[in-house]
Every structure is written in structure tokens, then in C-alpha cells.
Design a protein around this ligand. Structure first.
Ligand code: 13P
Length: 248
């Protein structure tokens, strides 16, 4: 199975020049890569990054979409339709930072997923437990609750990727063991199969870097990585891409 390595740039970089420089590097690495490579610039950088990546194998995506419509009176929002128009191929939905800082819950996320699918983008649905939930053995139950957002939406298999991102591993340098990630990914895949979604790639995210990527990549149920901090430097992102293409 071809794996996915996606950079989540979050609210980075500070300037358009830095974003386009990084996009040029990603274009080069994607065209030679044996795995799918993507990045999600900030909305204000999407048009420029997308233009650079057009005609290459790299995907540009967005970090969020408006829940309510393609256009209209939704101040501050950007829609899936607008992102598609600029060449985006996918949208990250339900990232833990959106859940934490913007109060996003399953009811809102269901609307965002519907908008994303309606406008032809692939959904990268992020799920993951907090440190407290992890320590109390609630990880799998939390993930089941988060995955319930998919119920009744009729998301086509080919339009869905899952990113398992433990909240406590994001930006901390901490990670679960590969053994723990493997067990969790198996659970996620079984839960998806129960929803008749049985061919879904499950990516791991949370402090993936150039040092630990090979270990995650060697695990047969880790179908790729969603990378934050280490995706902002072409050198480290390239090492991660190489780790996953070797294991594909
Ligand atoms: P870090 O790789 O910086 O831990 O971030 C992971 C993440 O949130 C990707 O969506």
C-alpha cells in the first residue's frame, strides 16, 4: 500500500517567502518519492503553494473548512469550495487544536466532513486522546466516540484518511511506543471495518521526526504520518518521506 506523509504547517511560517521556499522543496521531494506527499499551508498561503505544487505529485490541503456552506455570511471562514477552487486536494478535519481552541465537537465536525466531501476533497480526520484519558486507559473508548462522527455521513472509502494523534504527543517530543500505536491502529481499523470502511489508511501523528520516523514506518499498520514541527524544515521532512517510502 502506498503510504502518506503529510505536513501540517499549522500557523506557520510567518512569511509567504518562507512558505513558497518550502513548497518548492516539497515539490522536488514529492516528484521523486515512492509515497504520497502533502502539506497544509495556512489559508493565506494556499494559492501560492498550490500554484507551485500544481503539475507535481505533491498535494496541497487545508487545515480546516467552514461547516456551514460554500459561500455566504460566515465572517472569517474559508470554505471547502474555495479551497478546491485553489487546487487543494484534501482537508484536515478535527485536529485536536481545533477541538481545544475552537470547541469543535462531533456535531460541528460532521458538518465540516459533509462540506469537505461535497466539494471533492479528501478528509483527513484527526482523532486522539488526552494525557489524562491515556493514563486512565480510556484511549480506545475516546477514539470510538470520535469515530462515531462518521456514522450516517456516507463518506466514500477513497475520500477518507484517519490520523491518530494522541494530544499529549503533539509538539511535546513524547510518543507512544510503536507497539502501542500498532495496537491502537488495529483497533481503529477494526472500528472502521464495522462501519463498512475497511480500506482506510491510518496515519500516526505526534512528535514524528527524522529520528523516529523509520521506526513508525516499519510498522505494517502505520500507513503514513501527519507531521507538525518537523514538516517545516525541508531536511527533516525529507528524511521522514524517505523512511515511509522505503517501507511502502
Ligand atoms: P508535531 O509533529 O509538531 O508533534 O505535530 C503533530 C501534529 O499536530 C500534526 O497534525
Amino acid at each position: 500500500m502506498t503510504k502518506y506523509v503529510i505536513g501540517n504547517w499549522k500557523l506557520n511560517p510567518a512569511t509567504l517567502t518562507e512558505a513558497t521556499t518550502l513548497a518548492h522543496a516539497i515539490k522536488k521531494m514529492a516528484d521523486n518519492a515512492g509515497c504520497h506527499v502533502g502539506c497544509t499551508p495556512s489559508f493565506v498561503h494556499l494559492a501560492a503553494v498550490s500554484e507551485i505544487l500544481s503539475g507535481s505529485k505533491a498535494w496541497a490541503g487545508v487545515q480546516d473548512v467552514c461547516a456551514f456552506g460554500a459561500t455566504g455570511a460566515f465572517t472569517g471562514d474559508v470554505s471547502a469550495a474555495q479551497a478546491t477552487d485553489l487546487g487543494a486536494k484534501f482537508a484536515i478535519i478535527g485536529h485536536s487544536e481545533r477541538r481545544q481552541y475552537h470547541g469543535e465537537d462531533n456535531a460541528l465536525l460532521a458538518k465540516k466532513i459533509s462540506q469537505t466531501i461535497e466539494h471533492g476533497l479528501v478528509v483527513v480526520l484527526c482523532i486522539g486522546e488526552t494525557k489524562d484519558e491515556y493514563e486512565h486507559g480510556k484511549t480506545l473508548a475516546v477514539l470510538d466516540t470520535q469515530l462515531a462522527v462518521l456514522d450516517g455521513l456516507g463518506v466514500p472509502q477513497e475520500k477518507l484518511l484517519i490520523a491518530y494523534e494522541p494530544v499529549w504527543a503533539i509538539g511535546t517530543g513524547l510518543t507512544p511506543t510503536v507497539f502501542e500505536v500498532a495496537n491502537t491502529h488495529r483497533h481503529i481499523k477494526a472500528a472502521l471495518a464495522n462501519k463498512e470502511l475497511d480500506e482506510i489508511c491510518v496515519l500516526y501523528g505526534g512528535s514524528v521526526n527524522d529520528k523516529n520516523a523509520a521506526e513508525f514506518a516499519s510498522c505494517d499498520v502505520v500507513d503514513g504520518a501527519l507531521v507538525g514541527g518537523a514538516s517545516l524544515k525541508a531536511e527533516s521532512f525529507s528524511v521522514i518521506v524517505q523512511a515511509f517510502e522505503k517501507s511502502a
